[in-house]
Design a protein around this ligand. Sequence first.
Ligand code: APR
Length: 314
Amino acid sequence: MRSKVTVVGAGNVGATTAQRVHEFGYADVVLVDVVEDLPQGKALDMLESGPVIGSDASIIGSNGYEASANSDVVVITAGIARRPGMSRDDLLLTNMKITTAVTQEVVKHSPSCIIIAVTNPLDAMVQNVYESSGFPRNRVFGMAGVLDTARFRTFIAQELDVSVEDVQAYVLGGHGDDMVPLVRYTTVGGIPISELLDEDQVQKLVIRARQGGGEIVALLKQGSAYYAPSASIVQMVEAVLLDKKRILPACAYLEGEYGINGLCVGVPVKLGANGVEKIIEIKLTADEQTALEGSAASVKELIDVMRKAKAEGA
Ligand code: APR
């Protein structure tokens, strides 16, 4: 029997994720969205690509969660994008309500699943999903670091004119602006990046990777990135379904690791069939530790806004 993956949110990120999983063929897919007929239409379109691409996996769309029952992995991309005139906190609280409601349904229908949260603001939404789920921390994590790292790797490969496959990099901390690249651990074919590029060149690439999401938004004019985000999500889905024990950056709930307690922050983890099987702790320099703590402090600010709103009945 095939595994089952549910993707909640049939927008750009969700639909592209569903498409990639369906194309791999190793899991049946359920695509859920609140918009009537949208997930059904997209799923049927993808299903009809099966004979051409050689995938026998099933893919169906739904406005409810019955069809998603007993999923192995659930990816949450549901949310709204920031609209003109909307404050950061308005977006935070709107997406908090959406992800809380989605998580309740997911937990009810797939009590043993592993949840990958993707909705922005990422770290705060992962924390909200984790707390709303009541799941152990290994079964809830977020996708951001794989994408930030992929952007950094792309720019390094371009700069050096080498294969992207030979570039290894790690980022810690929050998504985007808050990311903390571990330049010391960035290698090209095993060679430290410091041997190949000078510090200024590396810093330029770091800045471009940090602002990578904004660069795409500015080009698209409408909406945000989804090809690289969905590829990054699918790498994590695969690590779980195929029990690959990949070492990847993920947003995970920390209980004292890196001196951070009770917050979801991006760190390197081992991802396998049990989700986050291990949080990998590496020694940080003082600057890296300060940057990571800065990232954690930004997450904490958002968590405080969410807690206050919940206490007031949001
Ligand atoms: N349940 C299910 N789906 C929902 C709900 C809900 N309660 N609320 C909204 N959605 C759906 C919307 O109908 C829409 O189809 O979520 C989808 C979001 O899709 P897009 O607006 O296209 O956004 P997308 O680009 O896919 O990004 C989704 O991922 O990377 C992050 O910042 C991004 O938070 C955003 C999320």
